[in-house]
Design a protein around this ligand. Structure first.
Ligand code: ZN
Length: 220
């Protein structure tokens, strides 16, 4: 099914889907749970547009490459070009905030990391970025006080708060824009809190953003 940026319980957003820029290890607790060191500067990678599917469409996971882990992340929709931007310019360019799953073939990622290879095979398969509809940032409150949760089958698995990020949202967008121009319609994923784990067939997922956005999906 094709993907189109969408307002939460509202119309489509008239921006093209671009790339998804992701950050690794932006929450110290999550770095620790995978026995990874805390990075000195943000670890960036990109998921192409072919990864993105609507979050609320049942998730179809690849079957042949080992377990798929969920990582629940705040997703920032960019509305203006950003190139070597300041944090203030970056904040002004944010048009929407939602939630995403940075789906990861964890065993494959571990093998690639051990070999010093890029992570794309583990992170950038088709469907690897289910993305929710977006809410306007002014509805959600300060960027430093965004809370979100993931429940699976009624049990809370991940609880995130943007004040736990090692690199805050404005600085993260500014930093990413030093390496890659961010274009209108690009999305920046901001890292996952602790609690990542394997998705199983039949899992029912409920994601919540600031008690204002509720998104449901399941694994087929
Ligand atoms: Zn992630």
């Amino acid at each position: 099914m094709s993907y189109q940026h969408q307002w939460y319980q509202g119309p489509r957003i008239d921006l093209p889907l671009g790339k998804v820029v992701c950050i690794g290890r932006n929450y110290a607790e999550h770095a620790r749970e995978l026995n990874n060191p805390i990075p000195e500067q943000p670890i960036l990678f990109i998921k192409p547009a072919t990864c993105v599917v609507p979050l609320e469409q049942p998730l179809q996971l690849p079957q042949r490459w080992g377990p798929v882990h969920y990582e629940t992340e705040l997703a920032i929709l960019v509305g203006q070009p950003l190139s070597a931007a300041t944090p203030i310019e970056a904040v002004e360019a944010i048009v929407g905030i939602g939630l995403a799953l940075d789906l990861t073939l964890r065993e494959m990622q571990s093998e690639l990391k051990a070999k010093g290879h890029p992570w794309e095979r583990a992170k950038s398969f088709d469907g690897a970025c289910p993305l929710s509809p977006f809410l306007p940032p002014d509805q959600l409150g300060p960027l430093g006080a965004l809370e979100f949760t993931l429940e699976i089958n009624g049990e809370v698995r991940q609880r995130g708060h943007s004040d736990q990020m090692l690199t805050a949202i404005p600085q993260l967008l500014a930093h990413a824009s030093e390496s890659f121009t961010l274009m209108p319609g690009d999305v920046v994923l901001t890292g996952t809190p602790a609690g990542v784990g394997v998705l199983q067939q039949g899992d029912q997922l409920a994601l919540e953003l600031q008690t204002l956005g509720q998104f449901l999906t399941r694994v087929t």
